[in-house]
Design a protein around this ligand. Sequence first.
Ligand code: ADE
Length: 250
Amino acid sequence: MRLDILTLFPDLFASFLEESILGRAIKKGLVDIRLISIREFAKGPHKVTDDRPFGGGDGMVMKAGPIYRALESVERERDQTLVILLTPQGRGFDQPTAWELSKREHLILICGRYEGIDERVRTGCVDMELSIGDYVLSGGELAAMVVADAVTRLVPGVLGGERSNLEDSFEDGLLEYPHYTRPRVFRDQEVPGILLSGDHEKIRVWRRTESLRRTLERRPDLLRRAKLSEEDKRILERLEQESAKSETGS
Ligand code: ADE
């Protein structure tokens, strides 16, 4: 997969691209990430990338010209290139969207800055707008890192022998069960006995139950869309009865 990131601050990405899973994926040649400095495509001796808004008002607006020229400098893969603008006004980025994007051969991410970006960038060259949450960041760079991380770890071969990404929270629409490692007792807190029992079937049911419990307690909204088996539905019914009982104190 190829990822081109258009930004005014390419240096922000340095350590992010070197570390961990993404760094290894780049070294293995599974992911090719290039940073394109929008400023290099600005004109004049001062390389100005923003200007005052037409109609007046506070703040500056990113100019369309440098972004268009930076985009035109990127070679495209026919039918496979998707141009994405990171903006709080975009569609909410989630795991299904990460899967959808991981199947593309080429993504171009545009990071906005300042108060805004000339509307003609949106209307003239953007295929999709993505938001990573209902809050406003100072720029799209952190959002681009979030998208790059979530998408590239789904590219075949990137996770290698590590835990399958199919077990992750959200893959089946549920939150993950709790994890433990050594020591068995840590500051008076014990690992649940079942995990030490060696009984794989009991462990599987315990993990599924805890996963359902967490989702019910923390994100009941996810249960409506989750893929639930008949066994899951029985477990959920029991969990709901348990919580109703504890609420009435009986
Ligand atoms: N740029 C600023 N805030 C953002 C957000 N929440 N998501 C994506 N891009 C952004």
